[in-house]
Ligand binder design. Sequence first.
Ligand code: 5AD
Ligand code: SF4
Length: 452
Amino acid sequence: MKIERPTTGGGRKLYIETYGCQMNVGDSEIIVSIMQNEGYIFTKKIEEADIILVNTCSIRDNAEQRIWGRLKEFQRYKRAKRSLIVGIVGCMAERLKEQLLEREPIVDIVAGPDSYRDMPRLVDAVSAGSKGINVALSQEETYGDIRPVRFDTNGVSAFVSIMRGCINMCAYCVVPYTRGIERSRNPETILRELHDIYEAGYREVTLLGQNVNSYRWKNEEGEVVVDFPRLMEMAAGVAPDLRVRFATSHPKDLSDRLIEVMASHHNICKAIHLPAQSGSTRMLQIMNRKYTREWYLGRIAAIRAAMPDCAITTDLIAGFCTETLEDHADTLSLMREVGYESAFMFKFSMRPGTYAYRHMTDDVSEEEKTRRLTEIINLQNELSIASNRRDIGKTFEVLIEGTSKRSTEQLCGRTSQNKMVVFPAAEGLGAGKYATVRITDCSSATLFGELV
Ligand code: 5AD
Ligand code: SF4
């Protein structure tokens, strides 16, 4: 018998806007799930919202500045509807609770990444005339039992969070302070979610965490019973036509065993995102990355030996504290040596509370950071085009995501290496199906091909 219990939402409409990483997208899906269970209705139209939530990012100062700007824009919705509730959730809420409440009177709710189960109560607190605040971080919360409500997806590829938080303490990074300590999600709940996703028609899943290589699930005796390579094997076993990816890896924890597991499963995608941050061993040490340039290159060699066709992508930071021209040149030479398929590239942004903030000086000028970043971006463009050119003439299995943006006569999808391919549509092919495509041409961002 289903037990009816009173819900607090009462049909009120919830709108949510998401900034930052894929983890945040996943968190927004969890929030919507929790709120729907309480009788709230999810809407994609901000004008009809009774509650606006902004899921925020603190990784760089410009991410936070954008959100302060966005908050100003919400004033007009509040003027139009006095009862409108505005909540700031996620990393910036965790980091800036006091400032948010003081500087922006329109903010009613401030909720950190581990307090989403408390969201219905926080809304009720606001309805009763006070502010709703919860920024407590947890050592256990993984939202493992919650089935995320997937909105804004292509229905083909989904993201599944397998762990939360981070303990690596890179000197520049605010994440351990905003998302708390590292903890792994129960593998049973992960596999259940993978089966659900497959049943719902998804054909690709990306397992997500700040450092998935340190995933470990222990039994009651404290023994590790599932580590990341094992979890990948279990995920690959869900269905032969369900592709499995993962993000993000810390190079120091990328094991031979994981490489072996990747190489021996057809449906584990041949793509590794391996953030280097810098090509200079001196900088890596100051950044507290716990590996050297040589060690990083050793990992790349191991990947290449086992999987010659594996795509390698990275994150790079230009102008971290004390970075010299020589350090910067090391980053450029590392990029050439690896030949990255693509990269996320950033100017260093000093974040309050981090080790760098407490112990170092942000001594590379803004102008010089920009100059170095531009060099990095220009080089990466060359490398990306070179990598795409090497694919011309090769044949790939492409998982179709839908029709291309430009024309309905064209389909688009991704290779195992995660490159986008555009090719002519054909009978019987559509989103969620696999096609075999020979590459005939490319741009810097896309491959073009024909069906074989
Ligand atoms: N400044 C610039 N980039 C940063 N990243 C993390 N912290 C900072 C910072 N303070 C980058 C790193 C990381 C990616 C998610 O963001 O490259 O891998
Ligand atoms: Fe931004 Fe990092 Fe938080 Fe993701 S974990 S939202 S990248 S600060």
